[in-house]
Design a protein around this ligand. Structure first.
Ligand code: NDP
Length: 327
């Protein structure tokens, strides 16, 4: 099969489409023929070395497709099932072997493309808004990069729980995307300092929660946007990693709570995984959660997809579709 592999960390140029052996499923595993694979920021962290991986490494953590074979002891899926998954390594490929407990059935109303697009960013938006800081009516949330893949889904989920959203974006075009997702207020943080803007929009009180996926460029100022006993959720580092924090700063700024979560901690049992995935896929199937697929690429376009995501041009999901691979 063909797979996008790295033998060293670095820029997008280190990715190679290579012929590798089709992996075989062992105990508790399934072999899936991929119909679509999600491109996510974590793939950039793996490729660039910010998150350590063992080399050589087939990139990709998310996908959907058809079960081709199962290993001994598998009860969660059978040959021919259409499944979707995240937190499974090696999805920039034509086939992947996945732990069978991570496979989620795809509702008949959804394409595999939609399912692959929804799993990682959708379940992330779900845990952030429902579990890490469960939004209640009356809460105001600051969402950085609100026109991004996670951002648009997070804005929608905060709105469906009755919260108010202040979104930040880097351009007028992205402001329109964030508003279309439901953001009540949008601040262009490349033109306006978002701290006084957020204070003004909350009558000086500050927000209940900041979801900060941008990291280095925003984190310290995010702490200044939160009200008394509010929460700062540092959930990404698109601009780079943040400096160490003195806990006394959290005291001085109002007894704040700070957490740095990851999706795998919020889908660590099959029950929790199925509950989140069925909410997300179900809402998309019924039309109450809008998925915006920005661009799809062939496997050979993985480097172009990474450049596009890193250059802040993306406004929604990016996918690799192995079936495009005729070359
Ligand atoms: P996005 O589509 O949101 O793209 C990232 C966005 O971040 C850009 O569009 C840009 O929006 C903003 N940004 C700000 N500064 C930079 C910079 N220097 N370089 C690149 N982008 C920048 O990507 P995803 O939806 O895939 O991921 C969003 C974030 O969520 C990432 O940080 C990712 O790591 C994190 N994440 C965390 C998970 C978790 O469980 N903790 C799971 C999934 C994703 P703008 O131009 O408007 O500033």
């Amino acid at each position: 099969m063909r797979a996008v592999t790295i033998h060293q960390t670095g820029g997008p140029e280190v990715m190679r489409v290579e012929d590798v052996a089709v992996p075989q499923p062992g105990e508790g595993q399934a072999l899936v023929r991929l119909e679509a694979a999600g491109v996510n920021f974590i793939d950039i962290y793996h490729r660039g070395g910010q998150y350590r991986v063992t080399l050589p490494f087939v990139l990709g953590q998310e996908g959907a497709g058809i079960v081709e074979a199962v290993g001994p002891g598998v009860t969660e899926a059978a040959r021919g099932d259409r499944v979707a998954f995240s937190n499974v390594a090696g999805t920039y490929a034509q086939f992947v072997v996945a732990p069978s407990w991570r496979l989620v059935p795809v509702p008949a109303a959804l394409t595999s493309t939609d399912a692959a697009a929804a799993m990682l960013q959708g379940m992330t938006a779900h845990y952030l808004s429902h579990t890490t800081f469960p939004i209640s009516p009356g809460d105001t949330a600051l969402v950085h990069a609100a026109a991004g893949g996670v951002g648009q889904l997070l804005v929608q989920m905060i709105k469906r729980r009755g919260g108010r959203v202040i979104g930040t974006v880097s351009s007028a075009a992205k402001a329109a995307v964030a508003r279309a997702a439901g953001a009540d207020e949008v601040v262009n943080y490349t033109q306006t300092d978002f701290v006084p803007a957020v204070r003004a929009l909350t009558d000086g009180r500050g927000v209940s929660v900041v979801y900060d996926s941008v990291g280095r460029d925003t984190f310290e100022r995010s702490l200044d946007c939160v009200g008394l006993r509010g929460m700062v959720v540092l959930c990404g580092q698109a601009s780079g990693s943040v400096s160490p924090v003195d806990p006394q700063v959290l005291n001085a700024k109002g007894g704040l709570f700070l957490t740095r979560p990851s999706l795998h901690q919020y889908t660590h049992t099959r029950e929790e995984l199925l509950q989140r995935a069925s909410d997300v896929l179900g809402w998309i199937a019924e039309g109450t959660l809008r998925l915006r697929i920005d661009r799809t690429f062939p496997l050979a376009g993985a480097a172009e997809a990474h450049r596009y995501l890193e250059s802040r041009q993306a406004t929604g999901k990016l996918l690799l579709v192995p079936g495009f691979l005729a070359t």
